[in-house]
Structures are given as C-alpha cells and as structure tokens.
Design a protein around this ligand. Structure first.
Ligand SMILES: Cc1cc2nc3c(=O)[nH]c(=O)nc-3n(C[C@H](O)[C@H](O)[C@H](O)COP(=O)(O)OP(=O)(O)OC[C@H]3O[C@@H](n4cnc5c(N)ncnc54)[C@H](O)[C@@H]3O)c2cc1C
Length: 403
C-alpha cells in the first residue's frame, strides 16, 4: 500500500488528477467522505483551456459529447433588457482545439473520470472514508480515515494530494493559511425547465447586470440530457434562508429579473456561501493542494473547477517526473510557483471583476463598464484577447512558461 499517491476527495480535481497519475503507471488511492458524488448544482462550464488539458488524459471528447457546446456568451442590462455585449469563442479557433465552452454538470465529468480510473488495477476508491488525521516523514505520508461506524483506518503513501474542497482537511492539517474574504451576500441557484433561448434570444451562457438584482442564466444538459436552465440570484442581507428558498421568493425574482420567464417550474434550488481565498502555499512537504482546497472564488466566469483541474494536471506531471527519477523535489516548488500566483492574477481578479461588472451600484461607472464591454465585443482586436483571459488560455500558457 505504501508506494502510491493518496488523494483526499473524489470531486472533479481528485478524480482527474488520479487519472493522469494512473495513466503514467503510478498507483493511486482516493478517499472520499461521501457515499456518492453529489448532484447539487455546481460547476457546469468547462472552458477551452481545460478541454485541451482533458485531451491529454483522453476524456475531452466524452465531455464534449455529453455536454452542450456553448459558442457564445452575452451580457444584458436588466432595466432595458438590452444585450450590450456578446462574445464568440469561435474567434479562438487558431488558439485551441475547442473554440467554445462546454456546459456539463460537474458530477457527470467526475463520473467520466472515475469510470476511466476503475479500469486500472492500481486504482482504489474508498467511499465513506473521511480523512481525519495526517502526518509525514522523509519517506511518505500516513493518513487516517474514519468510516461512518467510527472505525479508523491507517494508510500510507509516498505523496498526498488534498483535493478535498474549500474546507480542506489536508490544508488545515498542514497548517496552511487560507487568506481572503467571504462575500456578505449568499447566492441562490434555481434550476427550471423554462426555455430562455426560445423565449428571448438567450445563449447557453448569459449575464444580467443590475446594481441590486443581477443574475446569470445558463443552460445545462440536465438529468435526462434534454436541457435545463440554471439561474443565479444574489440574496440581500435582510433576506432569511427561509424567505429565499420559498417558491414565492423565487417567482418574485423571475418576475422582476427575468420577466420573459412565465410559468417557471422550479426543479432545483440551492443556497451557497461565496468566498475569495487562495492558500498561502500549495505545498507542505509531501502534501499538495489542488482545486478548491487551494483556492476558492465566486462562480461568475466559471473558473473554480477549470483552474482546479489545471492545477491537478500540472501537479500530476511533476509527480510523474519525480517518480521516474527525471526530476527532483524542486519540481514541487515549481508547481506552487506555476499555480498559486496565477490563481490570484487570473481567477481571483477576473471573478471579482465579473461580479463588480454585474452589480455596480454607481450608475455612471456601470454604464461606462457596459460601454467598454460593448466596444471590446465589437472590436476584433480586443474581442479575442478578452476571450483569451475568459477561457483561461492565457493563464494556462503563462503557467506553463514559468520555469
Ligand atoms: C453554484 C456554483 C457554480 C459553479 N460553477 C462553476 C463553473 O461553471 N465552472 C467552474 O470552473 N467552476 C464552477 N464552480 C466551482 C466548482 O464547483 C469548484 O471549483 C469545484 O467543485 C472544485 O472541485 P474540487 O474537486 O477541488 O472540490 P469539490 O468538488 O468540492 O470536491 C471535494 C471532494 O472532497 C470530499 N471531501 C472533503 N473533505 C473530505 C475529507 N476530510 N475526507 C474525504 N473526503 C473529503 C468532498 O466530499 C468532495 O467530494 C461553481 C461553484 C458553485 C458553488
């Protein structure tokens, strides 16, 4: 059991990082607290830079096949319903094999990766195992997991990767700080079968700007792959959880923000806290952090899972080299240098700016930003560079260039 990589967390980052390691011949065991992958609405957008990276582990085609190809995204002004900017990922066709985003629920991406992992004899997935203790020495890491009946189990591996989400046990047990902040308002996600595209020229990815009642509207395949629409609403400070999860509150939001949506049947609702944080280090000796364990951000722009998968694949490449004797420990510091500063520069900066664009309370500044986005969308010289950031292609390239 010793000579393997231990991964805590079977989310998108843990399951895909495991796949890259297994394909290189490295044994992997994942420990997952939950009995099943949750289907709650979280990531849906997979960007072109991530699809290109998923090609390296052979699952990009399956993600595209199961998902919805989203070539465009648009911005609207809530008061006027004017579409003030629309972007076309096809402008990236010389830069990526996937000049579009793909809308696919993250639990389906996890399912694709775990199915592939299961084909490897050296893969283990222990569900119902919550990581509770961890220590390391010069030769490896010892992990203790606990099953629901209270039994504790000891495991040993050469390295451990914490892919265990925003509240990461691996991060806390390594004593790594998680500086940043939590937004005052929560986000409410509501899924409906109402067809926004047919009703009012919506694309598969849409942002609606308003100082108070901004929103986003996204299409996802849904459980039967026939299509479902996911809307996001901010919750005001004086609104209680009981208020905002009521049918009445949700129907009021539809009436106010998305009046073209009539008779919306609510098929799912979920309330989220939203944070902007980056771990002080992505490495503590033989323990590494990737994905939400390393950084969290608001979902506007769809960058958390994307940058997390790219962390995991970057780290896996380093572990493979060291495992084969083609590199040394310095590669692990390089992982931190390649991913941590760029999580701040791209993911944090862009997701915060995306939120400010949608909810600017200074009307003059808001109109200026809308005008700027309109000009960027209309100017071929600026349209493509904007998408190079939005698709995280610039981040992936800058990361790869750091030596
Ligand atoms: C509403 C919403 C919409 C989003 N939309 C997008 C989007 O469109 N695009 C995008 O890129 N990102 C998006 N995100 C962010 C995205 O969901 C996360 O970045 C992504 O889930 C991170 O993946 P992960 O594998 O790092 O962590 P997680 O998905 O959180 O998985 C962590 C796993 O670790 C397990 N775990 C935790 N602690 C332990 C423990 N002690 N022992 C064992 N197992 C443990 C958990 O059960 C879980 O299965 C969105 C988030 C939200 C909330």
């Amino acid at each position: 059991m010793k000579d393997r990589v231990l991964i805590v967390g079977a989310g998108p980052v843990g399951s895909i990082t495991a796949l890259a390691l297994l394909q290189a011949g490295i044994p992997v065991t994942i420990f997952e607290a939950l009995a099943e992958t949750p289907t709650a609405h979280r990531a849906a957008t997979t960007h072109s830079s991530t699809l290109d990276a998923l090609e390296s582990v052979g699952i990009a085609d399956e993600v595209v096949k199961q998902g919805l190809v989203a070539r465009y995204f648009q911005y609207r002004h809530r008061e006027t319903n004017e579409i003030f900017a629309e972007f076309d990922f096809d402008r990236l066709k010389d830069e990526t094999h996937h000049p579009y985003a793909v809308q696919l629920e993250q639990h389906k991406t996890v399912g694709i990766a775990l199915d592939r992992n299961a084909a490897f004899a050296d893969f283990g997935l222990h569900r119902g195992h919550r990581a509770v203790e961890m220590s390391q020495d010069d030769s490896g890491v010892v992990l203790v997991t606990e099953t629901p009946d209270g039994t504790r189990h000891d495991w040993r591996g050469r390295y451990l990767i914490g892919c265990d989400g925003g509240r990461s046990f691996a991060r806390k047990a390594s004593g790594i700080d998680f500086p940043g902040f939590t937004w005052e308002e929560k986000f409410m996600i509501v899924a409906t079968l109402f067809d926004f595209e047919a009703a009012d020229h919506f694309r598969y990815r849409n942002y609606i700007a308003d100082a108070q009642r901004w929103s986003s509207v996204f299409k996802i395949p849904g459980p039967d792959s026939k299509g479902m629409w996911r809307t996001l609403f901010p919750i005001m400070a004086d609104e209680t959880e009981q208020d905002v999860t009521s049918d009445q509150w949700i129907h009021d939001r539809f009436a106010e923000i998305l009046p073209y949506a009539k008779d919306t049947k609510i098929v799912h609702r979920n309330l989220y806290n939203v944070h902007q944080r980056v771990a002080a280090s992505f490495r503590a000796g033989r323990v590494f952090l990737a994905g939400d364990a390393a950084h969290v951000n608001n979902p506007l722009g769809g960058m958390g899972m994307n940058s997390g998968i790219q962390d995991g694949l970057t780290l896996a490449a380093k572990i493979v080299k060291v495992w084969r004797g083609e590199g040394d420990d310095a590669l692990f510091d390089l992982y931190d240098r390649q991913r941590r500063p760029l999580a701040e520069k791209y993911v944090q900066a862009q997701s915060i700016q995306n939120k400010q664009t949608l909810q600017n309370t200074d009307k003059a500044a808001a109109m200026k930003r809308f005008d700027e986005l309109r000009q960027i969308a209309e100017d071929p010289k600026r349209h493509k560079p904007f998408l190079m950031n939005a698709s995280l292609i610039n981040m992936a390239r800058e990361s790869a260039a750091i030596g």
